[in-house]
Design a protein around this ligand. Structure first.
Ligand code: ZN
Length: 448
């Protein structure tokens, strides 16, 4: 049965299959989408002439800003056919409404059923959902629908509350947890403080959302390694998805990138010249959704930077994979001719044990290029700091700055400016009153 799945067929078969769906998508948009009908007219596009993936690359992009400005014009169905309303945050803070028909909910169920199955979840599994199922989000509901389709057991605990999570694990014995990976560290800490033998609780896999677990070479990143060191019994799976895509890129047990589901989405990787890059090169993830009824999207710019891997995976799937995200396009930094993204800068800082906290500031230099200033709070009692201090007493700050700059040069080829600040001052910047996420990156550039 599995060999019939399109994901296991040849690249040529996958391409022909997607091009057939693309032609249907173009006809559907030409008939039902106010936004795309107008776009086709304005650009003199004949939708019947868009027949191949190469033809697709000649169409204009859809930007997030279009979704904000013309939200209702993206809806292709009658209001009465909409079942579920979802919102997602826009670039300028204003929300975008997403709508799902019954067929769209079935499509989401298929997407998540395939993604969970890829991680080995099946009828016998019990999955504890540590994600929000309401609050106008798509994800939690989609997981529920996908697991229901698989016939797996589902426990809807929702996010947070370690005590309730552990009580549920003890009571119902799930083998799979679905959550934001950093929450696992909190769960482990709670277990350690309350003498819970978490390593023998029966959980065998953790599927992560919202945060990466691997580096570009697919080895576990710092977060992934921390979880693995504490809890080696569980296998970690990373996923990448968004409301706009209505599709998930999920890892198989080989853990080497998120597989595309070819029946749901076409992915292009676009370079700075707005042309597709060669396979294996970094660019922006641009998606065309397939089979969506209420709000289909054509060449939607996600703003996420990744690479496409097209060689066959050791799991047997030919369906291409996406690498872990490299960063957000608008956060791209050009430092002394080298292209960087904040996550790579953070990674160097996260690995330096004498860095207590930090903030990365990018600003225009006098020469009109990007200038990066890293402000760090020092943990002087750390073993590394002590070692460097012992080597040359009296010069600690200078030596630590030099050490950090060397680390930047060896990992990123360039080093930013480094300034030492009081820990309190950095903490104040990291956790402003209104923000729910810690602020570690400040962009002061005056973008053109
Ligand atoms: Zn695979």
């Amino acid at each position: 049965m599995q060999s019939l799945d399109i994901e296991f067929q040849s690249p040529a078969a996958i391409r022909a299959f997607q091009e057939d769906l693309l032609r249907r998508q173009m006809a559907y948009l030409a008939e039902h989408s106010p936004f795309y009908r107008r776009l086709f007219a304005e650009h003199g596009i004949d939708p019947t002439q868009v027949r191949t993936l190469d033809d697709l690359t000649r169409l204009p992009f859809t930007e997030k800003e279009h979704l904000q400005r013309f939200n209702d014009d993206f809806i292709c169905c009658d209001r009465a056919d909409i079942i579920d309303y979802i919102t997602t945050s826009g670039t300028t803070g204003e929300s975008v409404t997403f709508a799902c028909t019954d067929a769209d909910l079935e499509r989401l169920a298929l997407n998540e059923a395939k993604s969970f199955a890829m991680a080995g979840v099946g009828r016998e599994s019990i999955v504890q959902l540590m994600t929000t199922l309401d609050k106008r989000f798509m994800a939690g509901m989609a997981y529920f629908l996908g697991l229901r389709r698989l016939g797996a057991g589902i426990i809807r605990v929702g996010n947070g509350i370690p005590e309730l999570q552990w009580e549920t694990i003890r009571r119902i014995h799930p083998d799979t947890l679905m959550c934001v990976p950093s929450f696992i560290l909190r769960l482990i800490q709670y277990a350690e403080e309350h003498n819970i033998d978490y390593r023998r609780c029966g959980v065998r896999r953790i599927i992560g959302i919202g945060e990466g677990l691997r580096d570009q070479d697919f080895r576990l990143n710092l977060l992934g390694s921390r979880i693995h060191e504490k809890w080696p019994e569980v296998q970690l799976f990373a996923t990448y998805s968004s409301t706009e895509m209505g599709a998930t890129f999920a890892e198989c047990s080989e853990g080497c990138g998120g597989h595309v589901h070819p029946e749901l989405i076409i992915v292009e990787i676009i370079g700075e010249d707005n042309r597709p890059v060669a396979d294996g090169e970094t660019g922006e993830v641009v998606v065309t959704t397939l089979g969506v009824e209420a709000m289909p999207l054509l060449r939607f710019r996600t703003g996420d930077m990744a690479k496409k891997c097209t060689e066959r995976c050791t799991c047997g799937r030919h369906a291409y994979r996406l690498t872990p995200l490299i960063g957000r396009k608008h956060n791209m930094i050009k430092l002394k001719g080298t292209t960087l993204y904040p996550p790579a800068v953070n990674d160097v800082l996260d690995h330096a044990d004498y860095v207590e906290n930090y903030v990365v500031i990018v600003q225009d230099s006098a020469a009109g290029t990007d200038e990066v200033v890293v402000r760090i709070g020092l943990r002087k009692a750390s073993p590394e700091a002590q070692r460097l201090l012992a080597a040359a007493p009296g010069h600690t700050p200078d030596l630590l700055i030099k050490d950090l700059k060397d680390r930047f040069r060896s990992r990123l080829r360039v080093a930013p400016l480094v300034e030492i600040c009081p820990i309190d001052e950095i903490a104040h910047i990291n956790f402003p009153a209104k923000s729910r996420k810690p602020v570690k990156f400040i962009d002061r550039r005056t973008h053109p």
